[in-house]
Design a protein around this ligand. Structure first.
Ligand SMILES: [Zn+2]
Length: 96
């Protein structure tokens, strides 16, 4: 029984050291996860904002990052959120 506790303690120490070693990476992953979660929460209330343009042929969608309106066929739709460009997705994923 004492050996098992010792082994568990060693494993816990190793995990702790690993987490400490990769703390920056873990923090970055956590920030990205939080961003994705907040974007999802933001969109759960009112889904993608869409307005038809004057011609009625092309829909405009609003970028959740910068708020600019872009034609739907030029937007980047991630399902839960719409972005105007890959640059805005990268901005959203980068920790502040
Ligand atoms: Zn944008």
């Amino acid at each position: 029984m004492r050996e098992a506790i010792f082994i568990l303690l060693v494993i816990a120490v190793l995990l702790g050291l690993t987490a400490f070693r990769f703390r920056k990476q873990i923090w970055a992953v956590y920030q990205v996860w939080r961003t994705i979660k907040s974007v999802r929460d933001l969109n759960s209330g009112d889904r993608k904002e869409q307005i038809p343009n004057a011609k009625g042929t092309e829909q405009l969608v609003k970028c959740v990052k910068c708020g600019s309106w872009v034609p739907k066929n030029r937007s980047v739709d991630l399902g839960s959120a719409v972005y105007c460009s890959s640059a805005c997705i990268e901005k959203s994923a980068t920790p502040a």
